[in-house]
Design a protein around this ligand. Structure first.
Ligand code: KIV
Ligand code: ZN
Length: 515
């Protein structure tokens, strides 16, 4: 029997972006959009155009750039929001307007302060308005899994009549459990008279760790044919359905699901790394498919089995999902052409020759300190380059620090502030603490440090350390990343990157808070 098509709708740049500090600049969105298109996702939700001018411009730019995926913009159910979405995407090769309004009693009464009748009318009118300008309209009844099923059926029937061609059922707060959610979708499709006029989609959150299971149950039991998901399961609170897990489950268990996606799965790991490096959200080592340990066999029994026959302990191959880990790719003597070629092979395109020159210079600096340069090193290096291209108000010029047993750690730093060199020194509880205090004594940002995490980019003690620093100030949360073979230097770079992001006016408050 022929496999049916499962549509993969990626919302990394919209719902994923709502994670604390994951707000992306236009350039970062363009890089992620390219990676998603290369992976061949069907629909890319590029953002929420009405949430800020910055996001409007980002969605517009993604719409202009992408030709092989549908580009979508999220809009609240009002004409003003929808018009922003239309203005951002008109002219894109294939585009979609995604309209949403809450339908649960709790959300309607407490958040929207609207009666069910008002919500019903608003949903109809807004889909009609969107449909007048765009042939591809998706409708989401927010908090559907906690909505009254009779009301939900009425709303969904009405918006399909108005021309919505995708009905997306969100489990907004991650409340659903698989069998029940699958059954809910099945009943909705059965009860809504015009249900066959739309593609049914699901959008799950992972608060109880069941987003992937709920999405797959909706497909198997309920007949949904679109799953909304994010790379690395990125998303607010516990995140969204993880793209890589859904796609690999459907592919690996094709015998059970009898579905296919059009994705190039070898692009999964490069996309995962890119998203992690841009957002500063490190992938946990034991994360399915994209975690560093996902294909590492540590126990002797497993290693022995895999050497004799791979299938004894492996259900998919590392290569299937794009792992090329620990391949020595370049060294000190590699030239600019080899460098550029390797970037191309791992799916990285820089904007212009100047960006290649800067990245190549950093590569040479790194190769002076580290004999073997791996793909992971290149990705970290390019991510830093991209992070730095956003207004570099602060720049690290030089630093040193000293610590030892029985000694109070201290750090000296030289930075430039808007091009002017400044120096500072400080003591601290540790070398990183001393470094941050020295930087803060100049920056005086007053920001609160929410997170400090260090991750080895490759294996071995000569590996680069990649540091994420999350700062919060006045309701804004940003993540800064920095990589270096010296983890204190990486920490200083990450702190400075976060300060630059705080200073960058283009970055937005978490859009969800504006609802
Ligand atoms: O979780 C949710 O309900 C959403 C909708 C806007 C689709 O993200
Ligand atoms: Zn969501």
């Amino acid at each position: 029997m022929d496999k049916q098509k499962l549509i993969i709708f990626d919302t990394t740049m919209r719902d994923g972006e709502q994670s604390p500090g994951a707000s992306m600049t236009k350039d970062e969105k363009l890089r992620i959009a390219r990676a998603l298109e290369r992976m061949r996702v069907d629909v890319i939700e590029a953002g929420f155009p009405a949430s800020s001018n910055g996001d409007f411009e980002a969605v517009k730019a993604v719409g202009k750039l992408i030709t092989d995926s549908v580009v979508c913009g999220l809009c609240r159910a009002n004409d003003k929001d929808i018009q922003r979405g239309i203005d951002a995407l008109t002219g894109a090769k294939a585009w979609r307007i995604h309209v949403f309004i809450a339908t649960s009693a709790l959300h309607m009464e407490k958040k929207l302060r609207m009666t069910p009748e008002q919500v019903y009318e608003q949903a109809k009118l807004s889909v009609r308005f969107a449909r007048n300008a765009c042939p591809d309209v998706e409708f989401s009844p927010e908090d559907a899994s906690r909505s009254d099923p009779d009301f939900l059926c009425r709303v969904v029937e009405a918006v399909i009549r108005e021309g919505a061609s995708t009905i997306n059922i969100p489990d907004t707060v991650g409340y659903a459990v698989p069998e029940q959610f699958g059954e809910m979708i099945r009943r909705l499709r059965e009860r809504v008279p015009n249900s066959d006029k739309a593609v049914w989609s699901v959008h799950c959150h992972n608060d109880l760790g069941m987003a992937v299971a709920n999405s797959l149950a909706a497909v198997m039991i309920g007949g949904a044919r679109q799953i909304e998901c994010t790379v690395n399961g990125l998303g607010e609170r516990a995140g969204n359905t993880s793209l890589e897990e859904v796609v690999m489950a459907v592919r690996t268990r094709g015998d059970f699901f009898n579905l296919e996606t059009r994705l190039d799965t070898t692009q999964i790991v490069p996309a995962s790394r890119l998203v992690s490096q841009i957002t500063g959200f490190v992938v946990q080592p034991n994360k399915a498919v994209v975690g560093a340990n996902a294909f590492a066999h540590a126990s002797g029994i497993h290693q022995d089995g895999v050497l004799k026959a791979r299938e004894t302990y492996e259900i998919m191959t590392a290569e299937d999902v794009g792992w090329t880990t620990n391949k020595i790719v370049l060294g000190k003597l590699s030239g600019r052409t080899a460098f550029k070629q390797r970037l191309k092979e791992i799916g990285i395109e820089l904007d212009n020759e100047d960006a290649y020159n800067k990245a190549f210079q950093r590569f040479k600096d790194l190769a002076d300190k580290k004999t073997d340069i791996f793909d992971e090193d290149l990705l970290a290096l390019v991510a830093q380059e991209a992070g730095m291209s956003t207004d570099e108000h602060w720049r690290l010029v030089h630093m040193n620090q000293a610590s030892g047993m029985g000694e109070r750690p201290h750090a000296n730093i030289v930075v430039t502030e808007a091009g002017t060199e400044r120096t500072a020194k400080s003591e601290g509880d540790g070398p990183v603490d001393a470094t941050f205090k020295a930087i803060e004594s100049l920056a005086k940002s007053g920001a609160e440090l929410l997170l400090f995490s260090v991750n080895a980019v490759t294996q071995g003690t000569e590996s680069q350390g990649e540091v994420t620093v999350r700062l919060s100030k006045g309701g804004r949360i940003v993540n800064g990343v920095g990589a270096d073979t010296d983890i204190v230097v990486a920490s200083a770079k990450a702190y400075i990157n976060a300060l630059n992001r705080l200073a960058n006016k283009m970055e937005r408050l978490n859009p969800q808070h504006q609802m």
